[in-house]
Design a binder for this molecule. Sequence first.
Ligand code: FMN
Length: 192
Amino acid sequence: MSLDEILTATWLKLSDAVQSPSAGWRLPVLGTVSDASPALRTVVLRDVDVESWTLTCYTDSRSSKVRQLMANPQASWLFYCPEERIQLRACGLASISTSGPEVTTAWASVPAFSRQNYLTEMPPGSTVENCAVVGGLDGDGDREVFADGINNFAVLRCTLSQLVWLSVDGQRQVSSIFTRTDNGVTSAWRVP
Ligand SMILES: Cc1cc2nc3c(=O)[nH]c(=O)nc-3n(C[C@H](O)[C@H](O)[C@H](O)COP(=O)(O)O)c2cc1C
């Protein structure tokens, strides 16, 4: 494959991950900076904009990642597809939206059973005396029951500046890097 073909295939694979819950790149690891340390967690890839090189996930506005990104918007994403053995590292600047049409539209796509995730009394990550289970409440199918969850719902968007692609196929490894600036996209092969 040429560099152009790899970039096109990469965006197709990211778009596919948004559509298909079983896709290899559906559950990336999102990295943020917590003081001077890296902080990692799994998220669901919710949207991709190929034109602007933007990735989106949904989260609780009270979560640590939101706090960390407010302090330092630099974010990294790590995708790995075990089927094709392709790793993608992506980095860029993230922004958080908690209100407005974008948030309302995103919230409309959140199923009832997931909406309750945004209704914990205490913020995610709080330590509690007894085991706290989220998601066990009845109300599946009735979105109105958990409608207040929107108050803690946030859309996390990240505009990427770099993609690093790596294919590990048996003994053969190939890697490439794509960088996006105001002047356009540059690409190069890398030593894997
Ligand atoms: C399979 C899976 C998918 C997840 N998806 C999300 C998600 O889309 N958004 C999110 O905020 N947390 C998601 N989580 C939970 C995060 O990994 C993390 O535990 C939580 O967001 C708190 O992280 P933070 O304190 O660093 O913000 C997911 C966890 C797993 C295991």
